[in-house]
Ligand binder design. Structure first.
Ligand code: UPG
Ligand code: MN
Length: 732
């Protein structure tokens, strides 16, 4: 019991080992400063070799050093949270609030309807009073197959929910459950298991069939006249709003097979017109916020992407422990980590970003709260809708609870539809300071920042049983495109009204400001990284040293910073649950993202600032074809297509290969290994590491025969450019 006589619903613990970390960080800082001193005091005189290369390195090292200082905000002050769910149910047994769950989908091909309804079923089956749960599916794809699948799901739920509750199954996405579980041992359950599995498989084949032929079974069409809304004039980008309440939680007859009420289930395809901006996911979420405020008005909103199912049926209670605690009045959102099902042990694309989830977010939590990163986030409706936090504010859970209108379903649908029309938002604050913000490819991060700037806090909660499991892209190009969207969006936040660098000053803590800047500056990292991965290597060709000789005392800070920082990073990665090979792959992806995605993000941002281009939202694919998946499972990098990003990566890799060949030649034929060792140790090591890290890329360029290799034309082109660049540099 706390000193003031109440049992808290959650607890916050500081991480151990802070002192050691801080000593380490200070020692690295000293090293970085010495490197700066060396660079600034040893610039070659005008006319001397390597002057410009040197000055560039000074710039790059200043950048890296300052950036490193910012990243300390992620590691200085880690906190971990835990919840006491039993106390929550004791205290609020009858008074639990309504929770509205928003699932977003946008494309029936990239996001198969079967996957979508598995996510929907997993959240319908939360271990939470069903009369207080409402699930909304926003379908930006306006797909009648998706609607049909949801219809099937609403029926299947009548069996699935009681089954889940009776046998306390986890996870509650049927697909994931049937894959993860062999036949149950318990004879009692075995029988029901067979029945429910068969039901699921039948539903699965009906949905997949409908998706394949693009048609809904006749008998369903006859029974459900709402399908007439998909008339011949209907197209995905041009249609009236469609709003269907499939299960009306107010209806006492909407029950499962055991007679218990089902959660409310709503389908929404907001109005689309070719000449209107739709603002991607942010627009979809805002339509849902309005529509749900009419239908269920839950004071808590959970947002998940259609590919991210609930893997833990107690997450709602976990989140409520923060919102409903006496100390939780200022909590606007509770972000759960995003974990993924389809990552292999060694994560060839390092797509799970485990260090962010295990280290950086607990770090931000220590400074006022993590970023809102889309899927897996519970919001306080008030805060999301633009309310400012003021001291003493409290959500009245009881009054907000169960506020449901009395109209008939049909009338309710008709009245609510207009909230999802194109013109509804005209001359309103939606998208500016109400709901999710527009005009940024990462609507989530900027929205979370705006909320925090209005005085709210957020919480990061990482339960031991993973709360949500999603899907990561299975090809390199998709990963790079996704990172381009993220880094571009984060970069734009820096120049937006809500810039963490200036606007947020005084509104959020300095640590959080720095923490945001780390992500906002992902993109411009490309410049220093490109420089570092090309220039030192290419100077080797002329034998011009750009780093201190091994016998010089200035060599020590370089060696210290490089070695210690990487050892630390290695252990951080292992402690976050990664493997040694995974760490090596992570280093490669670090390089690839910085030298391709981030560069393109910078270019596009500049074009956008000049008003020449606009940024879009490329939806990432959630399924891959058989060939591609097989290579993915074997941790073979998928190239396969020609893209400017791949050309760039291959060219840089080839330049380093040539430079490395030059060093080897010099060592063997020229003045011998000794000279290379003495004068160009660091430079040669850097070049050598770049070659090692690019080994899979050389393989894809020159050796592989499968479809995932680099296209030959691209290989020829990049090798030619690299060769030309090297020769030109040697001659000039
Ligand atoms: O016009 C659109 C485009 C996308 N989506 C949905 O947005 C979600 C995220 O799209 P996805 O292609 O999967 O992007 P990711 O990069 O995987 O998503 C991450 O990054 C996004 C911001 O860039 C956030 O919106 C997401 O929540 C976060 O998980 C999916 O459910 C989509 O169906 C829409 O509803 N409407
Ligand atoms: Mn996604």
């Amino acid at each position: 019991m706390g000193s003031d006589g109440y049992y808290p619903l959650f607890e916050t613990r500081k991480a151990k080992g802070r002192v050691i970390y801080r000593l380490y960080a200070l020692s690295v800082l000293v090293g970085i400063c010495l490197i700066w001193v060396y660079r600034a005091s040893h610039i070659p005189k005008p006319g001397e070799d390597g002057r410009w290369g040197w000055i560039g390195l000074l710039g790059a090292e200043l950048w890296f050093g300052l950036y490193w200082v910012l990243t300390q905000a992620h590691r200085w002050n880690l906190v971990y949270r835990s919840t006491f769910k039993d106390r929550l149910s004791q205290r609020y047994e009858k008074g639990l609030p309504g929770v509205d769950i928003f699932v977003c989908t946008a494309d029936p091909v990239l996001e198969p309807p079967l996957m979508v309804i598995n996510t929907v079923l997993s959240v319908m089956a939360y271990d939470y009073p069903t009369e207080k749960l409402s699930v909304y599916l926003s379908d930006d794809g306006g797909s009648k197959v998706t609607y049909y699948a949801l219809l099937e799901a609403s029926d299947f739920a009548k069996q699935w929910l009681p089954y889940c509750k009776k046998f306390r199954v986890e996870p509650r996405s049927p697909a994931a459950y049937f894959i993860s579980k062999g036949d149950p041992e318990d004879a009692n359950q075995a029988e029901e298991f067979m029945v429910i599995k068969k039901l699921y498989q039948e539903m699965e084949s009906r949905i997949e069939n409908a998706a394949k032929i693009g048609r809904i079974p006749e008998d369903v069409l006859l029974k459900h006249e709402e399908f007439s809304q998909w008339d011949p004039y209907f197209s995905r980008g041009d249609h009236d709003p469609i709003l269907q309440i499939l299960i009306d939680g107010r209806n006492p007859n909407a029950t499962d097979r055991d007679g218990f009420v089902l959660p409310t289930l709503v389908y929404l395809a907001r109005e689309k017109r070719p000449l209107h901006r739709h603002n991607f996911k942010a627009g979809a979420m805002n339509a849902l916020i309005r529509v749900s405020s009419k239908i269920s008005k839950g004071p808590i909103i959970l947002n998940v992407d259609c590919d991210m199912y609930s893997n833990n049926s107690h997450s709602v209670q976990d989140a409520l422990c923060f919102f409903m605690d006496e100390k939780g009045h200022e909590v606007a959102f509770v972000q759960f980590p995003q974990n993924y099902v389809n990552v292999s042990r060694n994560e060839i694309y390092s797509a799970s970003m485990r260090v962010i989830g295990e280290v950086e977010f607990p770090g931000l939590d220590g400074y006022g709260g993590p970023l809102y990163i889309g899927s897996g986030c519970f919001h306080r409706r008030d805060a999301l809708c633009g309310r400012e936090y003021s001291k003493g504010f409290e959500t009245d859970w009881k009054s907000a609870n169960g506020m449901r209108s009395e109209e008939s379903v049909y009338k309710l649908e008709e009245q609510t539809k207009r909230l999802a029309s194109c013109i509804y938002e005209e001359d309103t604050r939606w998208g500016q300071d109400m709901g999710l913000l527009y005009a940024c490819p990462v609507e989530d991060v900027i929205t979370g920042l705006a909320i925090q700037c209005r005085g709210w806090k957020s919480v990061y909660y990482n339960p031991s049983r993973r709360a949500f499991l999603g899907v990561v892209p299975a090809t390199l190009s998709e990963v790079l495109v996704q990172h381009k969207r993220w880094s571009e969006g984060d970069f734009q936040i820096l120049f937006s009204k809500y810039s963490p660098a200036w606007y947020a000053h005084g509104k959020i803590s300095l640590g959080l400001q720095m923490g945001y800047c780390v992500y906002c500056l992902w993109a411009p990292n490309c410049l220093a990284t490109l420089y570092y991965s090309v220039i030192p290597s290419i100077y080797l060709l002329k034998g011009i040293p750009l780093f201190p000789e091994i016998s010089s005392p200035w060599f020590i800070p370089f060696a210290y910073v490089i070695i210690v920082k990487h050892i630390y990073g290695f252990f951080e990665f292992l402690l976050s649950g990664g493997t040694a090979i995974g760490w090596w792959n992570d280093q490669r992806m670090w390089l690839y993202k910085r030298t391709s995605s981030y560069l393109f993000a910078v270019i596009d941002t500049v074009l956008k600032l000049l008003g020449i281009a606009d940024s879009g939202f490329i939806i990432s694919a959630k399924v891959a074809d058989h060939d591609v998946s097989q290579r993915y499972e074997k941790d073979i990098i998928e190239f396969g297509i020609s893209s400017p990003m791949f050309t760039l990566l291959s060219t840089i890799a080839s330049v380093n290969l040539f430079c490395f060949a030059g060093v080897v030649k010099e060592a063997v034929l020229g003045e011998g290994i000794r000279r290379v060792y003495e004068t160009a140790t660091l430079q040669s090591v850097l070049c050598c590491v770049l070659v090692l890290i690019n080994l899979p890329l050389y393989e894809a360029l020159f050796l592989r025969k499968d479809k995932g290799k680099m296209p030959s034309s691209l290989a020829v082109k990049s090798v030619a450019i690299a060769l030309f660049a090297c020769i030109a540099f040697m001659i000039l």
